[in-house]
Design a protein around this ligand. Structure first.
Ligand code: PGA
Length: 252
């Protein structure tokens, strides 16, 4: 049985003070939602404050990216040991990283390897662009992202991987994929690609989230589908009531 995960990706939002306020609105109710794994991914600058506020709760903390090197002359970067000091999760390969910061399947792969080596749970984001979708290339793109992004990972570590299927055209657009389409991509493309790399036990055991304009109104549809094991939530994770409702829907 795969335990659902709902993770909030705050992106580049919230100063420390704003983060404290959002946490104070969210956590009292969120920590009462049982049967679902919960994670919050604030910006780096708020990780320390948020980790203190989440202490003693069952809500995990994640970073939104991470470099793969241990330490050294990499101005502006954050290393795996730095992330692992505070976090259980790390989002990797988000489409915004790929689009604006030049990340590729190869650099995502290095990050995933580093995250696993530091006992973090990588939430590896994949998904096709609108042009790729319209050209009928979704399966090809997504299976390449899995194959290249997860290449060389040992099966004994692969059990910790979380995949987030996030069609790029659905992110922040208010235009979510349909549940059926997302379920089909996960069941017919992502799990078979995982099976090819790691075998069927890992492929069937790995959690695959949906992301892209998830709201309290559409979350239950995604969570009712057999291949989808939760959500990576962007915009709606910045609103306490909305994120609580989504998390409750996953627990239901
Ligand atoms: P969104 O973002 O929910 O605002 O569409 C999802 C994501 O980027 O992870």
């Amino acid at each position: 049985m795969r335990k659902s995960l709902v993770a909030g990706n705050w992106k580049m939002n919230k100063t420390v003070e704003q983060a404290r306020l959002l946490i104070s609105e969210m956590v009292p109710e969120l920590k009462q939602v049982e049967g679902v794994e919960k994670g919050l991914c604030p910006p780096y600058t708020a990780l320390l404050a948020v980790s203190a506020l989440l202490a003693g709760t069952d809500i995990g903390l994640g970073a939104q990216n991470m470099f793969w090197e241990q330490a050294g002359a990499y101005t502006g970067e954050i290393s795996p040991p730095m992330v692992a000091e505070f976090c259980q999760y790390v989002i990797l390969g988000h489409s915004e990283r790929r689009t604006y910061f030049g990340e590729t399947d190869a650099t995502v792969n290095k990050r995933v390897q580093a995250a696993l080596a530091h006992n973090l749970i990588p939430i590896v984001c994949i998904g096709e662009t609108l042009a790729e979708n319209e050209a009928g290339q979704t399966a090809q793109v997504v299976s390449r992202q899995v194959g290249e992004g997860l290449k060389g990972i040992q099966p004994e570590q692969a059990g910790r991987l979380v995949i987030a299927y996030e069609p790029v055209w659905a992110i922040g657009t208010g235009r979510a994929a349909t549940g059926d389409d997302a379920n089909r991509v996960v069941g017919q493309v992502i799990r078979p690609a995982l099976d090819g790399l790691f075998g069927s036990t890992i492929a069937q055991g790995a959690r695959v989230l949906y992301g892209g304009s998830v709201t309290a109104a559409n979350a239950a549809e995604f969570f009712s589908l057999p291949e989808i094991d939760g959500a990576l939530v962007g915009g709606a994770s910045l609103k306490a009531a909305e994120f609580i409702k989504i998390t409750r829907a996953a627990a239901a």
